[in-house]
Structures are given as C-alpha cells and as structure tokens.
Ligand binder design. Structure first.
Ligand SMILES: Nc1ncnc2c1ncn2[C@@H]1O[C@H](COP(=O)(O)OP(=O)(O)OP(=O)(O)O)[C@@H](O)[C@H]1O
Length: 313
C-alpha cells in the first residue's frame, strides 16, 4: 500500500535521513519512532510530497509521490508537526475550505464535513473560532482536515505533542478509532505512546532505520534480556571480579552511591536465569555486603533507549 524505498535526504553535506526503506500495509497503525532530530518529520514530509527526496522512492497505492503527485496525494491525509489551521475561521468554515481545496464535489461537502466532525467529536464546536479552541480541540481540527476526502492513509506528525495528559488520552483513543477504517502512521519520540497505540513500530535514529517490526515481536525479542539491579559495599575491583565469575551477567551501568564504597550496578542477564541467590552467597563469602538485589524485565522504554543510544538492534 505504501512503499518507502531507499529514501535519502541531504541538506548540504548533512544526511537528514539515509537509505530508509519500509512498507505500510493496509489497516494497521504504524508508529515512526525516534529521538528528536532522528529524521521523522523529514521522512513524513517526503512521504506526503511536501519536500523532495535527494534519492529514493515513495510509492502510494502504485503511484510515485514525486512523479504522479496528484494521484498519490488523493490517498493520504497529512497532519504536519505544525497544523495548518486558519485561526480566524470557525471549525465549519475551515473544514469547508479544506474540502474545497481537496476538490470534494460540492454536493458531497456538507455530509462529508458532518461525518468527519462526528468521527473526531467536534460537532458541538462547529461554530467556534479555531483560535478560541483548546489545544486538544485544535488538534482534533487538525486531524479532521486529514479525513476530508476520505483518504485510505492518515499520517500524523507528533499528534500529541504539547497536549495535557487528558487530551493525550483522548487523541490516542481517537487514533485507535481511526485505525479501524484507515492505515495510520504516527510519529513520536515517546515510546509508551507508540506501544499504547501501534501494531507496528519503525524506529529511526540519526537518519538511519534501526528496526521495523511488530510491537509484539519487539517485546518478545527483548524479553529474554532481564535486568538485575545490585548494590554492593566494598572495594570496586573486588566487586567487579566477583561479577566476572558469572559469564551470563554483563554490566550495563555502574554508579557510585552517596554512601562510601557503595556501587550500584545494572546487570544484563543473558540467559533468563535467576542469579540472586548465587550472588548473595558469593558476595557473603567474600565479606562484601549486598545492600540491594532485585530483578526487572526490560520495558519497551528500555528497548528503545538501548536501540537508539547504542545503535544496536
Ligand atoms: N530544512 C532543513 N535544513 C537543514 N537541516 C535540516 C532541515 N530540516 C531538518 N534538518 C535536519 O535533519 C535532521 C532530521 O530532522 P527532522 O526534523 O526530520 O527530525 P525529527 O525526528 O522530526 O525531530 P523532531 O522530533 O525534533 O522534529 C536534523 O538533524 C535536522 O537538523
């Protein structure tokens, strides 16, 4: 349905994105995830024909977004990072203008706008000036304009940014509902957002694609990687030597605690075994008190940090 092939965008000598490929299938909700500056907006702006790529292709329902822009654009509704709203219009006037610009036949405009407002729960705001709406409602108007013309694919760039927690939940619920009738692509730099809403995650970092997989697979893939938190009081070298005796444990992080000679470790457990007892007895034998030892599974948040910080998949 949408194929992104070897997309590259260069600004001067700087690659905003490099050789990105992924595809979107019908009827799923996709999350484009990456830290600030990763290249999410650039990717979306190219996919929707707002800016040209340096090289690569975007094929939407068989149409190249650059070579057959008009045909390709009919299939997509796009909400850029900064919503293109006319603040001095009412909700109704604005959606009417969008319908006009998108070439919706006059006879269909009224009912289409009515349906869209119903879908995003804006009907009771229809005569309100956009500038007088709350941020959450403004965002709904932004989403409403993507739905005019009933495109198959809805692309939303950071749709919950700047909203309060209640508005975030409302917009997420709305996105889920849109996923029933449309293929949806949303971008975010917050993993929990994507985990809560999306079936599939595409992660980019520093302009490169790192992972494209189902949310479920990603969780499974990293499930084996348990984390063990351990605080020990003693000589650092001795503590590290003991930890080295356990080949399945690797040190992911180490911090010196405020208390003298106390070190807090985060250990990655490679084989899913529970090493707490063995560690307890081994440290006791060495006369090094353990002040804390606990297990924690890897959350999607940890996976994201690991992938984006270390560039590993
Ligand atoms: N018009 C431009 N001119 C020069 N560099 C640009 C331009 N637009 C984007 N970039 C650079 O390209 C890279 C990717 O930017 P992009 O806005 O796509 O990232 P992003 O993942 O959307 O980040 P954010 O969440 O902060 O919007 C960044 O290094 C950015 O500075």
């Amino acid at each position: 349905m949408i194929e992104v092939r070897n997309l590259t965008k260069k600004y001067g000598d700087h690659f905003a994105i490099q050789d990105i490929s992924f595809s979107l299938e019908k009827g799923k909700i996709y999350g484009l995830l990456g830290p600030n500056g990763a290249g999410k907006s650039t990717t979306m702006n190219i996919m929707t024909g707002y800016i040209a790529a340096t090289s690569g292709e975007v094929i939407i329902e068989g149409h190249d977004i650059f070579k057959e822009a008009e045909e390709a654009k009919k299939h997509i509704g796009y909400l850029p990072e900064i919503p293109p709203l006319y603040m001095d219009m009412t909700v109704w006037e604005y959606l009417f203008t969008v319908a006009d610009l998108k070439g919706v036949p006059k006879s269909e405009r009224k009912s289409m706008i009515g349906d869209v407002m119903e879908k995003v729960m804006l009907t009771n705001m229809k005569d309100r000036l956009i500038k007088n709406l709350s941020k959450g409602y403004k965002q709904r108007v932004g989403i409403a304009q993507t739905l005019i013309g009933n495109p198959d694919i809805i692309i939303l760039d950071e749709p919950t940014v700047g909203l309060d927690p209640k508005q975030i939940i409302e917009i997420r619920t709305l996105i889920k509902r849109l996923g029933e009738d449309h293929t949806v692509l949303i971008s975010s730099h917050i993993l929990s957002e994507i985990g809560a809403v999306c079936d599939h995650v595409v992660i980019i970092n520093k302009g490169h694609l790192v992972v494209s997989d189902s949310t479920e697979n990603l969780e499974k893939l990293f499930k084996g990687q348990d984390i063990l938190c351990l605080s020990a009081q003693g000589e650092l070298e001795k503590i590290q030597n003991i930890l080295r005796e356990f080949p399945a444990l690797s040190i992911a992080d180490m911090k010196e605690a405020e208390e003298a000679e106390t070190y807090r470790f985060q250990l990655k457990v490679q084989d899913q075994a529970d090493y707490r007892k063995q560690l307890f007895f081994r440290f006791a034998e060495a006369g090094i008190p353990l002040l804390e030892i606990s297990r924690a599974g890897m959350s999607l948040e940890d996976i994201f940090l690991e992938i984006t910080e270390e560039g590993r998949a």
